[in-house]
Design a protein around this ligand. Structure first.
Ligand code: PMP
Length: 460
């Protein structure tokens, strides 16, 4: 929080109007957009954040709302003081905003959690006993491991096309009873998705519910539980421009009310004796302990900011950036862009790729050290999918969002071109399995980083 406040401009900018050339400028201002970072060969560069799929920076509107709420922050729910009541209202209003943002039905429940992983582990404890879960092998580990751990689960191989994959899902649903299908809203590796309405239709016809892992969908496309018919959605604040430790599981009440408390503790109970405890209904049933009020406020502020964008603006912005990125990558020799399906609809702004003959970790280290560009490398917590795509050793991933612009994409393409034509300018070595500059003078402690970024006290 302190660095966010430190770097935030004094006045909050209004939401940007959609630019004439889509993608030319950020759609919404994010905190720290002009942050400069040191380069290993010397000098500094504007940090080019192409890792928004992992965590996105805070919107200025989010930081401003948190700053406004901070002096009012106090204990929630059981405090008698005025500020306790204000904090309780902030928290419960945030819950309502988050639920509204994902199109919750009137009788849905919104449980505020830490992140998507938390939400999916919570739901795994709520699927009725013995109920089987069906997932595809293209899921992020967060949408695979909780089901594996709970069991029984069937992990279906993802088909080469959307059509084949839907057919396989239909066949499996006809062959065995399932309580739940857990499906990605958008892949964290390729940004692709299955047509959700068709998945919902197949599942509901077979008596199964649908959980949408919305971690990569909700921040990037308008999503509605009521509109899609999906039963649950999970998503993370830190990928939704609200990096303050909050997320949500929103959906059908009955399973959530019947399940054991996810976090047993204060706030989740009606009455406790030494022998037995009676629990309150969801959402509080699953929110034991003191809630993250400011995280909820931040998440709601991000939801408000995204909801206020003109219809289609978000998709158009990301489409422009993705199109330029994919076209630029395709023009580079030896670069392969990964796709799960040959016939999927337009993906979100997540693009994974390989560079022939180059270790993804080395390329990522080079982009950071010599160009100040942040991308992700590795297997993206989707090991089965990377194996399916024929890249078990990993790939590179660039991802964009509302704070990204075409300049960011051009910076990456230019740096990759330089890598392919001239190679790295400084030596690199592997240390504990990670590539890094052999001699890296960049300090990573907060005060050095803030000084370098022009946010801290000036260097004497
Ligand atoms: N699902 C998907 C598709 C994701 O991309 C991620 C994060 N990379 C997660 C789930 C888990 O999110 P979190 O780390 O916020 O729990």
């Amino acid at each position: 929080m302190s660095s966010a406040v430190l770097c935030a401009p004094a006045a909050v900018q209004p939401a940007a109007v959609a630019p004439i050339v889509p993608g030319a400028t950020p759609l919404l201002p994010v905190v720290g957009a002009d942050t400069r970072v040191p380069l290993v060969p010397g000098g500094t560069a504007r940090y080019v954040d192409l890792d928004t799929a992992a965590s996105s920076r805070a919107l200025e509107q989010v930081a401003a709302r948190v700053t406004e709420a901070l002096p009012l922050y106090s204990s929630v729910h059981r405090g008698a003081g005025y500020l306790s009541q204000v904090s309780t209202a902030l928290y419960e209003d945030a819950r309502a905003t988050v639920a509204g943002f994902v199109g919750a039905r009137g009788d849905d429940v919104c449980v505020l959690v830490r992140h998507t992983t938390d939400a999916l582990n919570l739901l795994a404890g709520c699927v009725p006993d013995g109920g089987a879960v069906l997932v595809l092998d293209c899921e992020h580990h967060a949408d695979l491991l909780p089901w594996q751990q709970r069991g029984p689960v069937t992990v279906l191989p993802t088909g080469a096309t959307v059509v084949e994959t839907l057919r396989a899902l239909g066949t499996e649903l006809a062959a065995a009873p399932y309580a739940l299908i857990a499906v990605t809203g958008a892949s964290n590796v390729t940004g692709e998705s299955l047509p959700l309405d068709e998945v919902v239709q197949l599942a509901h016809a077979a008596g199964a519910r649908v959980l949408v892992d919305g971690a990569q969908l909700v921040p990037h496309r308008r999503f509605s539980l009521a509109g899609s018919g999906a039963d649950y959605v999970a998503f993370s604040g830190h990928k939704t421009y609200a990096p303050f430790g909050s997320g949500a599981l929103v959906g059908r009440r009955d399973w959530l009310d019947a399940a054991p408390a996810y976090l047993a503790g204060g706030g989740a109970v009606q009455e406790v004796t030494v022998e037995r405890t009676s629990w309150v209904a969801a959402p509080h049933r699953h929110e034991g302990g003191s809630p993250n009020v400011l995280g909820a406020v931040a998440l709601a502020a991000a939801c408000d900011a995204l909801a206020a964008l003109p219809a289609g603006a978000l998709a158009e912005h990301e489409r422009a950036l993705r199109e330029r990125l994919v076209a630029g990558l395709a023009a580079l020799p030896g670069v392969r862009v990964l796709r799960i399906w040959a016939d999927s609809a337009e993906p979100t702004g997540v693009v994974s790729f390989t560079v022939a003959g180059a270790d993804p970790g080395l390329v990522a280290a080079y982009l950071s050290a010599e160009h100040g560009i942040g991308v992700r490398d590795g297997r993206f917590c989707a090991h089965p999918l990377l194996a399916r795509l024929g890249v078990p050793a990993g790939a590179l991933r660039a991802s964009v969002g509302v704070g990204s612009s075409l300049d960011d994409v051009e910076a990456l393409l230019g740096a990759l071109d330089a890598f392919l034509s001239a190679g790295p300018q400084v030596p690199y070595a592997q240390v504990a399995g990670r590539w890094q500059p052999a001699d890296d003078p960049r300090a990573t402690d907060l005060s050095s980083a803030a000084r370098g970024a022009g946010c801290g006290p000036s260097v004497r």
